[in-house]
Each structure stands twice: as structure tokens, then as C-alpha cells.
Design a protein around this ligand. Sequence first.
Ligand code: FES
Length: 375
Amino acid sequence: MSADDQSAPREPSVDEHSVVLHDRGAAIEQSDAFENPGLPPHRPRQTDLHPHKERRAERQVVGWFLASMLGSVLAIVAYIAVPIELGNMASVRANNLFLGLAIALGLLGIGIGAMHWARQLMSSHEVVEERHLTRGSEPSRARAVEIFQLGDEESGFSRRSLIRNTLIGAIALVPLPAVVLFRDLAPQQDAVEAIAHTMWKPGTRLALDPSGAPIKATDVTMGSAFHVIPEDLTEIGHNEGYLDQKALAAVLLVRLPPEKLHEEPGREGWSYDGIVAYSKICTHVGCPVALYEQQTHHLLCPCHQSTFDVSRHARVVFGPAKRPLPQLPITVDADGYLVAQRDFTEPIGASFFERLHHIDPEHVPLTAAETETRA
Ligand code: FES
């Protein structure tokens, strides 16, 4: 021991400290916080004591699973038998009511049946599970298998084949309404076919949106932009697809000095005295192109700023769009009104793979290098 150790005061040990406290009457008795109360004595249920009550509980469980199966089937029947009619709110309410009730029965039947099975028929013996490492030792894993087998034996999952099979049937049927409902979200007709053609046909007059007043070539002043619809669109009611047809056929009409138009071979006859018509639906993702800058002859889509040059067949000069706006070939009729020569020669709107299958044989593609690379 060094000289320093000998001279330093020694700290009392814990035991010595306790003795000192005890002598002063200030010690605290240490004891267990609480005693393990153990499990209450097991109380058998009515179904454990009386076989006829056990059989009745079994029938009730089967009944709930059968009710679930019935609910799932009824959901499909309700969806077909009570359809939603366009514009009829009463049909929407009736459809939702019956569909909701039937699906609720399908789900509740499984839930109540499973609860009833667990509470009345499965083993109710309390067990204590000791905590252990996440991955048990081989003996404990073997014990787990044993417990599973015991659970199967006590729950009667394998033995009570009627309950098990009705449960499997109920679980198998419960997703069916979702399958039918989600399938019906798809368009009823070929989606591409639905947007491949518009109302424009030979001789259809170009009319002002929304009044439907036909437009004479002499009405179109230099530098102005007209929002145009087919004249016969106004004969379609709002519940008969007016907006759908308008979204396909909407056109922008612009007049330029004829010498400013750079028309490609094959498209010279698609304009009339400097008046050109282009689809209003952006070829990026379908916003309405609505802004016209008369000095530059540019049409601007407000959504993502795609810019189209009207003087060059609405080719893309800026932005994410990848192809020009489709051009509507126009001319005038005997009364001087602007009319369509035919429908668009290519599908309007956003580009998509199947679009290429619907390009008309009379379509005249643009030849400029920029357009070729973007098309
Ligand atoms: S929709 Fe027109 S630029 Fe995106």
C-alpha cells in the first residue's frame, strides 16, 4: 500500500452504511414489489359441460359462416340487379345501400363466426408462456410444433370439418365482390376506340363554343382565336355525353396572313384563306390549349407550357409535348360557313401506344426533322 493510500479517508462499504442507518432508525426495508397472484382457477363453460350446447354453438358458428357466404353472393347480385343509372341519384343511393349491407354481412359473418368459435368451442384453458430468445432452441421449436398440433386438436380445426370448410368457403367468397366491382371500373367499350374518333365529319359546320352559332370565314378576323365546337354538338344533352364529345372535338380556330403559313406538301388544302383549325386538346397529357400569342403565332398549353407553332402545323417548339396538335382539315360551304372536310386523321389528345393503330390512311405526316424526332 502506498503512502497516499494510507493517508486517504476510507469510504464505508454498503453494509457498513446500512448498519449506520439502522442504528439511527432510518433504514428502509427492501422487499419484493408484489407477489405473483397466479392464474384464477379454471371455470368450464356451458359448452364444456353439456354436449348439446356444444353442438348448438357449432351450428351457430356454421350459420354465421353461411351468412357470410350469402352476403358475398348478395353483393354481386345487388351490384347487377340495382345498377347505377346516369343522372339518377336515387339509383346511386339504392345501389350503395344494398351493396353496403351485403358486403357488411359478408365481413361480419366471418368475424362473428370466428369470435363465437373461439369463445365457445376452442380450448379455454389459461396458459403461461415464458419469455425466451427470438429464435428458440430446437427443443422449443419442436414444442411449438407440438403446440400447433395441440391447438389444432383442441380447436377442432381438422376434426370439425364442417366448420373448417364453411370458414374456407366464406373466406374464399368474400373477395369476390371486390373483383366484380374493380372489373367494372374499366371502360365498357374499347378505351382506344372511344377516343379514336370525334364528331367531326364532312360538312359539319364549325360553331362558336358555347353558343353553337356557325362561323363564317369572313367572321374570323386576323390574329383572333376562336374556341370551336361541331354545330350539331348543341343537339346533345348533358346527360347524353355532351361533355365527352366536346372534350374530343374541341378545336381552336386561328387566322394568319396566308403568306405566314408554312404548309407541308399534302396539307395545302387543309386550311382556308389563312384560317387553320387545330385540336384544342394538348398532346402532352390532354389539357385544353387555350392561349394564343398572335405575334409569334404560338399556342400555349397552360398546364406544362408546351408551345405549338400554328404557322408550321402546330409543331412543338417548347415543352414536354411530343407531337404536333392534330389538324382539322377545313373549307367553306356554299353559304360561306366554315365546315370540316372530315374527322381528324389521327387520334387527338395525349400520346399513347395504341394511338398508332388508329391513324387514318389519309393522314399526312409532317416531314420536318424536328417533328419527326418528336412524333
Ligand atoms: S398537358 Fe399541355 S403541356 Fe402538359
